[in-house]
Design a protein. Sequence first.
Length: 479
Amino acid sequence: MGNAFERKQRVAVVGGGPGGYEAAIAGAQLGAEVTLIEQVGVGGSAVITDVVPSKTLIAVAEATNAIGEAADLGVQFFARNETTGRPVRPEVAVNLAQVNKRLLGLARQQSEDMRASLIRAGVKIVSGHGRLDGPDSIIVSTGAGADGVDFDHIDADTIVVSVGASPRLLPSAMPDGERIFTWTQLYGLTDVPEHLIVVGSGVTGAEFASAYRALGSQVTLISSRDQVLPGEDADAAAVIENVFKRNGMTVLSKSRADSVERTATGVVATLSDGTKVEGSHCLMAVGSIPNTRGIGLEEAGIQLSESGHIRVNRVARTSAPNIYAAGDCTTFLPLASVASMQGRTAMFHAMGDAVNPTELRNVASNIFTQPQIATVGWTQRQIEEGIAQGDIYKLPLSSNPRAKMMGIKDGFVKLFARTGSGTVIGGVVVAPNASELIFPIALAVEHRLTVDQVSRAFTVYPSLSGSISDAARAMHIVL
């Protein structure tokens, strides 16, 4: 029997994004007394201004694209002219004001659902800005006092820092929320931009460029590298860039925007070679910076990287023994799924529960361009450089019967298998809904299945997932 006077472990979570939310839920389930400090709302920027609204916008863009491409399948949309009685082909119109109203409503609803889950679990929620006061307490400025600021002081045995990151700002291209935007500011637009300049061809830049081109904007994508999505699989990036150009997007490779300025009618971006690009609006997608400054981390003994990210190990523990960190503010992958896993792992470890250290190579990720790019495991570049030993097999989707039925022209499935044993060590899928198709490959990587084991599982005929089985069958290991 435990001591009747034994105190519950006190947990303070700073930041209510995916990592902080999962840490709070897990801590409460394990019997801790949990307090969550959040400034903008439960779900953090991931739910309110980033992942949820952006992927909702992209879903609308995909629907718009599907309507536009339906003619290839023999489906045509016509309205009848009341005067002549003749059919007239209507234009696809996007009511961006309605789209943005809906997606912001969905984001708020998701935030409220998460808040309700925390309250049901017994988590205390404090609205305000939290900063560490040493390694075992938090000071929260709530803004509730008569002078506009009040303070709470929260003592904790375990602290989880999940403060996220913010868009990187350039002094020569400062967003104004009207013509020049960060990706968190786009949702105030009431009309589709006539000509959107996107600065930055990483994941965020590519996703929004793809979405707004589908919604009807003229898009110019300014990329400082040879190819869009420079950190991704080269074959996948080549497919996306080709699709972008075929769909009428202007891609300026090896170009760097020195400045973006507002004009009387729009914006003008000046490149490093002096070239000027004029547009109606501009999206700055030049990376993000962690929200770690001025919140007492170093004073509490927490080591940061040169970029300001919190150094954590595979159980999300920082250099301070009782302090953990999760999400985009850490040195791990900036993905909501990784943040959630870090949050749970941190609590399991802190509370003495069974824990599986996070293995980054097993993390599946997706880029929501059209088509999508999904990846997991070792990369082709790592195999070619000898960091991993593997065989590579690539199967174009154009050979898949279901893809032919759906009118899919672009994409592929690529598998990587350990040389000799045939164990699946990674893969890439470029396809509509690649985010769904990557899951069987992620399972194979996680559980060390061989290509023969993957190929023996039945797939539906016809299906896009059949290409995964076909690729595995092509890599059969002869014993």
